[in-house]
Design a protein around this ligand. Structure first.
Ligand code: MG
Ligand code: MG
Length: 267
């Protein structure tokens, strides 16, 4: 299947799904604390999603067993919630997908507990900034390579490793649509952006080297050198004049500021 161009009505439905993901991430942001298990966070997310008339998009996807991907510290993405206990110096990346009115929302945010060291907070700040710089490239006529080049240029100047094996993607009717949206690339290369495209942009940036390994569970992707990793994801619709960010971190950030265990002062 090629790239699916969405109508304005479809984009509004995708926005609703994206905003429910933000609300779900805000809900679980309030629960993050030393001592909670990742399974508890996942259960709360699933209940929240279902209470809003939606379904978790990840649960059952290619056999994934949970509603959230929760990836701690050196885990990059696709961590499976379980009996792992959150500690006071953990970096907790949470990726959430929902299906609401048949349309998909997919967004991710990385939380830092209060004990996370300064150099890792800097990694998270730069990862967020690289997402902002990528979004600034989203307009008709620009190309997928402009997005990747923006992420790469920003993250590389700090010596970080940019994960190659996992990429952003078209999204909306399905969780993963064309085109792929890598976090590296050459300006002016790749598929041209057109109004009606909806893409998930999701820089995955390692504090150390870019190489990753897959753990024995068959899902969890971890930095090979086991240094921390950051991951933020927004859904962006290309419009006639630029772009429209469909997902929101606003409620997540508010919940983060209200959680005494989380650091929200570094970005
Ligand atoms: Mg995601
Ligand atoms: Mg995604």
């Amino acid at each position: 299947m090629g790239i699916i161009i969405k109508s304005k009505d479809e984009i509004e439905l995708i926005r609703e799904s994206s905003l429910l993901v933000g609300k779900t991430l805000a809900h679980v942001a309030g629960l993050i604390a030393p001592g909670i298990t990742t399974a508890k966070i996942d259960e709360a997310a699933e209940a929240f999603i279902r209470s809003h008339g939606a379904e978790p998009a990840f649960k059952g996807y290619k056999g994934f067993p949970a509603s959230l991907c929760i990836s701690v510290n050196a885990e990059v993405v696709h961590g499976i919630p379980g009996d792992r206990v959150i500690l006071e110096s953990d970096v907790v990346s949470i990726d959430c997908g929902v299906v609401l009115n048949r349309y998909i929302g997919d967004s991710a945010y990385t939380f830092a507990l209060k004990g996370v060291p300064e150099e890792t907070l800097t990694l998270l700040k730069i990862t967020r900034e690289s997402l902002t710089k990528a979004i600034a490239e989203c307009r008709p006529g620009n190309r997928i390579g402009d997005i990747g080049a923006a992420v790469q240029a920003h993250a590389q100047q700090f010596g970080y490793g940019i994960v190659r094996e996992l990429v952003g993607h078209g999204v909306g009717r399905y969780l993963h649509e064309k085109p792929e949206v890598p976090n590296y690339g050459k300006k002016g290369s790749g598929t041209q952006l057109k109004a009606g495209m909806v893409i998930a942009i999701e820089p995955m940036i390692n504090q150390g080297k870019k190489e990753v390994k897959t753990l024995e569970d068959g899902w969890t992707i971890m930095a090979a050198d086991e240094l921390p990793s950051g991951h933020y994801e927004h859904m962006v619709a290309i419009t006639e004049s630029g772009c429209d960010v469909l997902s929101s971190f606003g409620e997540i950030e508010a919940a983060e500021r209200n959680n005494e265990y989380l650091n929200s002062t570094y970005y």
